[in-house]
Ligand binder design. Structure first.
Ligand SMILES: [Zn+2]
Length: 287
């Protein structure tokens, strides 16, 4: 296998042709392989290097073995590390398993309250709690909360909620678990949908509640939920707001102050527990 560039000696990345399935897409997202195009034709290069050189390689078996290894690594089920222990969710089991070297496995039974599509673990900074974030893949999401020490057990969570979420974030002192999720287009103070008010000739402005902030006191405390909104003209077209997302949009400046990054870049600090709706301030886009 010619896995280094014949011209410059840099390590190569495999080029894969054809339409990618979900397993291959994960390897592409992780930067482990690259798509060469959907057409499969003779004479296409098998590798490329960071300098952009491309070359062919006759060792198809070697390439297939390497691709199988990469796919297995990129599609391994998520696990979480807490101290010397590893938390696993074994396929089909209604429990998490805590594996500690030199000690018997411990199990924490639970029933997921959200249908399981994709999932991810989030470990608290003190490694005492683990949240199992579940996205159904059908615009609902939730999480289950577990205590790792002193006893491995399920202690609560967030039942299935609308919206395609991102995993919640623990505060630095491990006392809060905060989720920030785009979950609809509500008009604050009414039961109307923002999209129903659309009038391109109107100068009216309302507060569009497009997301929720949820803060759970850890362990097992009350769940506080508030709307997150912004004033918008009812003449706004859907493309101005339907792509708003909250990926990686929660930070902490202190144990009980969460900073939310709005899709337009503004940062809004919220003291926990949140006691009132959060309102951002969006500059009027240039015409
Ligand atoms: Zn090269």
């Amino acid at each position: 296998m010619i896995d280094h560039c014949p011209e410059c000696g840099e390590p190569g990345t495999m080029l894969i042709y054809g339409l990618p399935g979900p397993q291959l897409s994960r390897a592409v997202d992780a930067g482990r392989v690259r798509l060469g195009g959907c057409m499969i034709e003779p004479g296409q290069p098998d590798w490329y290097c960071p300098a952009g050189h491309r070359w062919s390689d006759e060792d198809l078996d070697g390439q297939q073995r390497l691709l199988d290894e990469i796919l297995a690594e990129c599609n391994a089920p998520p696990t979480a590390h807490a101290g010397a222990s590893v938390v696993e969710w074994r396929v089909g089991e209604p429990a998490l398993t805590l594996v500690t070297p030199g000690a018997p496995d411990e199990v924490a039974p639970f029933e997921p309250s959200t249908p399981v599509g994709e999932y991810a673990f989030v470990v608290s900074p003190d490694e005492r709690y683990v949240a199992l974030f579940i996205d159904s893949g059908h615009r609902t999401h939730g999480f289950e909360l577990f205590e790792v020490r002193p006893e491995f057990r399920h202690i609560g969570g967030l039942p299935a909620m609308p919206g395609s979420g991102h995993p919640p974030v623990f505060s630095p002192d491990s006392r809060w678990l905060v989720g920030f999720v785009a979950d609809g287009y509500r008009v604050r103070g009414t039961d109307q949908h923002f999209t129903d008010l659309f009038d391109k000739r109107s100068g009216a402005r309302v507060t569009l509640d497009w997301a929720s902030l949820r803060a759970l006191r850890v362990p097992g405390g009350e769940l506080h939920r508030v709307d997150v909104g912004v004033e918008m003209p009812v003449s706004a077209y859907p493309h101005e707001y339907t792509e708003w997302d909250t990926e990686d949009a929660v930070r902490f400046t202190a144990g009980d102050v969460a900073v939310l990054r709005m899709p337009w870049g503004q940062k809004v600090a919220v003291s926990l527990p949140p006691s009132a709706p959060v309102t951002g301030d969006r500059p009027v886009p240039a015409p």
